[in-house]
Design a binder for this molecule. Structure first.
Ligand code: ADP
Ligand code: ZN
Ligand code: ZN
Length: 726
């Protein structure tokens, strides 16, 4: 009898012991067990000959689901690290790392494929009887020499021909296991590879020099400097060695255009993993990567868990992007996990960005990562010039100053496209009564409703609740309700009537909702069907719009005064990325930023000296203020119907940590967003100058926290290296 310790999808920080009669079970194999009244699928973590529980009371494993482990040893180690570092239940870590289909118990082996073959009757049939049915006849002739995949036969010969042959009993379906042979190495071609410029060539050779060992590179290149080209040429070497490459991209950066670039250069299939896939599609890419059938796999955050038969290189593009940090459940950072994985697999990792995260930059400055710089735009493009535009005492039309409208006109008349960035979707961020000043707000979140004119709705952007736009004020019954401020919808309407001769397009999460919608919009922009592009964050991410020469940023003043210490970094990244959308081809570009605070040091530094300079000073500021990356943080969040409960719970946690001299507690204090969906939200921040001290302290206390009375009554979570304080 073996004692098998299983990671089960149960929110407890422990493994569960079961008995097993057969031979030893390998770690990483799925098993079905009973847990109370339920049946659960778990993953074997380890085998032992003793248990801390009474062995006579242990249950037996009911079913073993895999012959071989579904996790590679290195992925199992990573799961162990995740559980330990993020103080997260191991069972939930393992679940997060598996495709949903495998969590539900589907076979991890590729599904058999159905083929048409000749039946016994068909083998001896006289084909002349089919002389009037040419399709049936040629299908029969083909089947004489080989079996044909069911789907392929249908597209080539049509359902009707197939049905007739089945009715005549001439053909039959058989199943075959799919081939797991990888052919991409033979298919590999290199198409349209430009000559790398000097900076690119240096970066490529630095990476190539370390292809067979761990090494982390920060590829720090201004927008349009040809970072992707560096990836492509490094990937080429890896593929030629017969090894696989995993590329992570931000959620909205995974467009067909991106994928096409990789597919086209090498002429091979690229595995794609994003949230739009169904469970079977996801499983298929997972399998093909695990068996080595795919040379290149591109995916968003959770693709970091994709197994590879022959890992050769990891790339995290736009490494500063906030979508790499998971904001619920297992709150891991895919960039940090990529570092651990590259170490475990002994392969290089390239982190690319024009606006590196301060954490990453610091790691490069202290020599943990090798710093590769690209300071020139590739090809003939030059970097956009950057300017602030003082809007104090200026009249604004739909949020835009006259001076900016004039500038837009100049660019439009030259046949260029202009892009406007505004951080708010909807028509206006608030609806106010002109008589009494009442602002209609969501009672569950204590925040104003956003006006959506097209939907004729007031919508809360924090909890999603909505109602139709009222005709009268709730407080004084006046019908003089006016919208305050400007959102994308209003800007679009205003510009459409101001520039009737040009076509405008709005890209935000309202208009880009739905399959392929965003991709179609991006293509129509690159086909020059629209001249005025209006959008939110979505527009800032990595897209290549060669004909955009003017970028106009309307309203980011709010971020200059945010209580979140990361706001400055994020604003600088946003502005730099937006400016990077202009002037990406032959025509020079410019960026203008409307502001009420044109002398603000952040804006002045960024615009005059660039992101790298800003980042250096931001790091100094963090150092003086004892903030990350010079200190390490963990955030306990609690939410409850009563603010008291949330406060008391966190207060008890603070008490537990008061014994550690090198861990500071800040709070409990209300979250930046104090109330959401009717729940009060509080936070307790732990901070320490040493990562290890913080880790040790939480490790010692976490079980005790789990057993606090309030722990089971309210919703709470622990976020290690928190990014989001809202
Ligand atoms: P980034 O990823 O840094 O934003 P890209 O790799 O997308 O930059 O390159 C920007 C543009 O410059 C692309 O159109 C790309 O094809 C082109 N490009 C990149 N490297 C070269 C090169 N060495 N020679 C000519 N054009 C290049
Ligand atoms: Zn009123
Ligand atoms: Zn709300």
């Amino acid at each position: 009898m073996f004692i098998i310790r299983v990671a089960l999808p149960i929110p407890k920080r422990q493994l569960f012991d079961y008995l097993y009669n057969g031979k030893d079970l390998a770690a990483g194999v799925r098993v079905r067990v009973s847990f109370g009244p339920r049946k659960l699928i778990g993953v074997v973590w380890e085998t032992s000959d003793k248990s801390e529980w009474d062995i006579s009371k242990l249950k037996s494993i009911e079913e073993v689901l895999d012959d071989t482990p579904i996790f590679t040893p290195s992925l199992l180690k990573l799961c162990g690290w995740l559980a330990q570092y993020y103080k997260h239940p191991i069972g939930d870590v393992v679940q997060t790392a598996m495709p949903v289909a495998l969590r539900k118990g589907e076979s991890s082996l590729p599904k058999p494929i159905e083929y048409w073959t000749l039946s016994d009757v068909g083998k001896s049939a006289d084909l002349s009887s089919l002389s009037r049915a040419p399709k049936q006849r040629s299908l029969m002739q083909l089947l004489n020499s080989q079996d044909i995949v069911k789907a392929k036969a249908k597209t080539e010969f049509g359902a009707a021909a197939i049905k007739s042959l089945v009715d005549k009993d001439l053909i039959a379906l058989i199943q075959k296991a799919p081939s797991v042979e990888s052919t991409w190495q033979q298919d590999l071609v290199i198409q349209d590879k430009p000559v790398a410029n000097v900076e690119q060539a240096i970066a490529i050779s630095c990476i190539e020099a370390k292809l067979d060992q761990y090494g982390c590179f920060l590829l720090d290149g201004i927008t349009g400097s040809g970072k992707t080209e560096v990836y492509l040429q490094a990937i080429e070497q890896v593929l030629k060695q017969g090894e696989q490459v995993l590329i992570l991209v931000p959620e909205i950066g995974l467009t067909p255009q991106t994928v096409h670039r990789f597919k086209y250069r090498f002429g091979i299939d690229v595995g794609i993993l994003h949230s739009g896939l169904n469970n079977n599609e996801r499983l298929q890419v997972w399998q093909q990567s695990a068996t080595g059938q795919l040379g290149i796999i591109i995916g968003t955050r959770s693709a970091i868990f994709t197994p590879m038969l022959k890992p050769g290189l990891l790339i995290v593009d736009e490494e500063h992007d906030s979508s790499y940090k998971q904001q619920d459940g297992l709150r891991y950072h895919a960039r940090d996990l990529a570092v651990m994985r590259a170490r475990e697999d002994n392969i290089p990792l390239v982190l690319g960005s024009a606006t590196p995260a301060l954490e990453t930059l610091n790691n490069a400055l202290v020599g943990k990562y090798q710093h590769l710089k690209l300071n020139q735009r590739a090809g003939n493009a030059s970097l956009a010039t950057q300017h602030v535009f003082d809007i104090r005492q200026q009249p604004l039309q739909f949020g835009v100053a006259q001076g900016m409208l004039d500038r837009m006109k100049q660019h439009l008349q030259q046949g260029s496209q202009v892009m406007l960035f505004i951080n708010r979707r909807g028509y206006a961020p608030a609806l106010m009564c002109h008589q009494c000043g009442f602002v209609d707000h969501c009672k569950r979140c204590d925040k104003p409703f956003t006006v959506h004119k097209q939907l004729y709705k007031l919508q809360c952007h924090h909890c999603g609740s909505a109602k139709s736009i009222p005709k009268n004020c709730q407080q004084c019954q006046s019908n003089e309700l006016t919208s305050m401020g400007v959102g994308t919808e209003q800007l679009e309407q205003g510009l459409a009537s101001h520039f009737p001769e040009y076509s405008s397009i709005r890209i935000d999460s309202d208009s880009a909702r739905g399959k392929n919608k965003l991709d179609n919009m991006l293509s129509s922009i690159n086909n020059n069907e629209h001249q005025i592009l209006i959008g939110t964050q979505i527009l800032s991410k990595g897209h290549h719009f060669p004909n955009v020469t003017l970028v106009l940023i309307l309203d980011v003043d709010g971020a200059l005064f945010s209580a979140d210490y990361r706001a400055a970094e994020h604003l600088a990244q946003l502005i730099t990325q937006l400016a990077g959308r202009a002037g990406r081809a032959e025509k020079p570009g410019e960026m203008w930023l409307q502001t009420h605070d044109p002398g603000h040091p952040l804006l002045q530094d960024l615009i005059n000296n660039g992101y790298a300079h800003f980042a250096q000073y931001a790091l100094l500021e963090r150092q003086h203020a004892n903030l990350p990356p010079y200190t390490f943080q963990a955030l306990f969040k609690a939410q409850a119907l009563s603010a008291r409960d949330a406060f008391d719970f966190l207060q008890q946690i603070a008490q537990l940590f008061s014994v550690f001299s090198n861990v500071d507690c800040v709070g409990p204090i209300p979250a930046l967003m104090e109330k959401r969906q009717g729940q009060y939200r509080m936070q307790l921040l732990l901070q320490s100058p040493q990562r290890s001290s913080l880790q040790k302290a939480i490790g010692q206390k976490i079980k005790q926290i789990e057993t606090l009375n309030l722990a089971n009554k309210i919703r709470w979570s622990l976020d290690i290296d928190p990014q989001d304080f809202s």
